[in-house]
Ligand binder design. Structure first.
Ligand SMILES: Nc1ncnc2c1ncn2[C@@H]1O[C@H](COP(=O)(O)OP(=O)(O)OP(=O)(O)O)[C@@H](O)[C@H]1O
Length: 280
């Protein structure tokens, strides 16, 4: 069963000795069951932190977060662990971090299925077939005998071992050549067609296009959304809007802007020749 995700005013603060780092500053995001979403954004904007919260690996500092029927703010550590074992598959950045090197591909899947109770588990070969790893005895190979792209697809298969309703993957195509990257994307298409909700963190805009929906995280919140190639800025809960780079070049920081609602429902931004400094 595919799972929905709801974030409302989601905040995460890394508390370090002497100072705090606000990694997420109020994420509002709805993901429908079966949807595929790419999280894009500059380095340090909060993508991996958001993924860790969705996975139940980090507890929200404030706000609301639900995955399916699970309330991740109230969940106990035991409930979060059960969630990761069954409903949410997590693929960490770097394929090898998800794999046991001394087990074959098939054994890696079986290992990920151990201890899962209360649901029908898929046949490991079925999971390997979904990510294109059933031919030429790939199921009997250990990870180091597989190519980098095959290893990454095996990492996805391990994340799918318990047939989760939500698959989270951090940079699944980084450091792969074009062909291997396309094979990983084809595997993700198959996962989505099987009805699983998929959320992928990526720096690659092409991956974003292939996923159908992009969500750009900027300064710890949703700054923009892309649907079927159309890009939209998102108005934050405090009324702020992250302007696209090309508009920011026309309206650099400090520009005074007249905001004029039009009768047809559009809004005009009219720059003034004066700047904030002139007014102060
Ligand atoms: N373990 C940590 N301790 C303290 N601060 C952290 C920690 N992990 C991340 N941060 C900070 O939180 C903010 C968001 O980081 P995060 O890794 O979520 O961003 P990101 O968008 O995934 O970046 P990248 O694309 O480089 O992986 C950054 O300011 C980062 O320095």
């Amino acid at each position: 069963m595919s799972l929905a995700v709801t974030c409302r005013g989601l905040v995460y603060i890394y508390r370090l000795e002497g100072y705090d780092v606000v990694a997420l500053s109020g994420v509002d995001l709805d993901i429908s069951p079966g949807e595929s979403v790419a999280l894009l954004g500059p380095s340090g904007s909060g993508k991996s932190t958001l993924l860790s919260l969705l996975a139940g690996l980090l507890p929200p500092s404030a706000g609301r977060l639900t995955v399916g029927r699970h309330d991740l703010v109230r969940a106990t550590p035991a409930e979060l662990q059960a969630l990761r074992a069954t409903d949410v598959g997590v693929v960490l950045q770097g394929a090898s971090r998800n794999l046991l090197p001394y087990l074959t591909a098939e054994q890696n899947i079986r290992f990920a299925q151990r201890g899962v109770r209360g649901r029908d588990l898929p046949d490991p070969r079925e999971v390997l077939a979904m990510v294109g790893l059933s031919a030429r005895g790939r199921n009997r190979q250990r990870p180091q005998r597989l190519s980098p792209g095959e290893r990454q697809r095996l990492a996805l298969a391990v994340g799918l071992a318990a047939r989760p309703g939500l698959l989270l993957a951090d940079e699944p195509t980084s450091q792969l050549d074009t062909r291997a990257r396309d094979e990983v994307l084809t595997a993700l298409d198959a996962v989505r067609r099987a009805g699983t909700t998929v959320v992928v963190v990526t720096h690659d805009p092409d991956v974003g296009l292939r996923m159908g929906r992009t969500v750009t995280i900027r300064d710890g919140r949703v700054g923009a959304e892309g649907r079927r190639g159309e890009d939209y800025a998102v108005v934050g809960r405090d009324g702020t809007v992250h302007l696209p780079q090309e508009v920011l070049r026309m309206l650099p920081p400090g520009t005074l802007v007249g905001v004029e609602p039009q009768p047809d429902g559009t809004v005009l931004l009219v720059p003034s020749p004066a700047s904030v400094e002139d007014v102060q």
